[in-house]
Design a protein around this ligand. Structure first.
Ligand SMILES: Nc1ncnc2c1ncn2[C@@H]1O[C@H](COP(=O)(O)OP(=O)(O)OP(=O)(O)O)[C@@H](O)[C@H]1O
Ligand SMILES: [Mg+2]
Length: 302
């Protein structure tokens, strides 16, 4: 990691990255989500491709390209906790870099960018982060910036509890997103939030693409359970029972998130069986009784 940027980013990675490529195959629904998004994202990133398209089909560079290149290189991923926003942002950046055959850098802004409350600190850190992102784009690389927990940096300036410092930071962020347009196709900002309602409307308005994430439905829970329980010898009726128990109105009012299933439920079941025996239906059912689904951000606020 280059000196001095570790305070700005919690992740700094050159793409393509093999770990992220492998991760893509373990994300339920990623392929279909990505195929839905990627056309829109290509319009933001594939400047050369669009110019070739224009030449090929019209013989000239049509003015429509200016409209397209003038869009803000901003995408918003929003939805409930643990539904895969952050991991999809990373994996999608990697998939885009591969698809465009370009060297790329992935930066994930650290929540430390909020600073320690000193006057102007948050803005200074945002400026510095975008300087690093711009430096990579200036080297004709693709430069992805993930702003995770984006509502903490981009909160609505009209909200009652919005402090002066927060407002200044949002202004800076907007300005930096606007500036990033000069790198046509070489910068993409992905803002992730589980509090979409709290994000400043000026940020939302700039988003060229908005994608919602939800808790998994029955089919998606079956898919993650099948994937993660492969080789354990569980019958399909056990998996069906788990699908029912982990769904809304199963054992609990609220259904499990992907993260609840993968990082809490299944490890809990394994812990019950390990080290003496195989994972049995009873372990999984007992784990469901123990692991309560994450409260949704909205119900938690009530
Ligand atoms: N589509 C998916 N398929 C399989 N596992 C998933 C999927 N989405 C999320 N997960 C699992 O849930 C974990 C948490 O996902 P992630 O951190 O991306 O959620 P998030 O939406 O960003 O949550 P938060 O709002 O709390 O930040 C992932 O590391 C992965 O283990
Ligand atoms: Mg997240």
């Amino acid at each position: 990691m280059p000196e001095g940027t570790s305070a700005l980013f919690e992740l700094e990675l050159s793409l393509p990255d093999t770990r992220l490529s492998t991760l893509a195959s373990r994300l339920v629904g990623f392929e279909s989500r990505f195929s839905r998004m990627h056309q829109e994202l290509l319009l933001l990133l594939d400047k050369d491709g669009l110019e070739q398209w224009s030449k090929k089909h019209y013989g000239v560079r049509v003015p429509l390209l200016e409209t397209i290149f003038d869009r803000y290189p901003l995408v918003v991923f929003h939805g409930d906790v643990g539904t895969g926003k952050t991991v999809t942002a990373e994996v999608a950046a990697n998939a885009l870099a591969k698809q465009l055959h370009k060297d790329a850098m992935l930066f994930k802004l650290s929540t430390r960018v909020r600073g320690s409350g000193n006057v102007g600190e948050m803005s200074t850190l945002i400026n510095q982060a975008f300087d690093v992102v711009a430096r990579e784009a200036g080297r004709s690389k693709l430069s992805f910036l993930i702003i995770d927990e984006g509502d903490s940096l981009a909160a609505n300036r009209n909200a009652n509890q919005s402090h002066h410092e927060d407002k200044v930071a949002v202004n800076t962020l907007i300005q930096k997103i606007d500036d990033s347009r000069r790198f046509t196709g070489r910068v993409l900002v992905i803002l992730c939030t589980n509090r979409f309602d709290a994000v400043d409307p000026a940020i939302v308005r700039r988003a060229a693409y908005i994608e919602e994430f939800r808790r998994p439905n029955d089919g998606e829970r079956l898919e993650i359970l099948r994937m993660d329980c492969e080789g354990l010898g569980l019958s399909s009726s056990v998996l069906d029972e788990l699908v029912r128990l982990t769904g809304p109105g199963g054992q609990y009012q609220l259904g499990y998130t992907y993260s609840d299933i993968r990082t809490r439920l299944l490890p809990e079941a394994l812990a019950l069986a390990y080290p003496s025996r195989r994972v049995a239906r009873e372990d999984l059912v007992a784990a469901v009784a123990k692991v309560i689904p994450s409260p949704s951000i909205h119900s938690a606020e009530k």
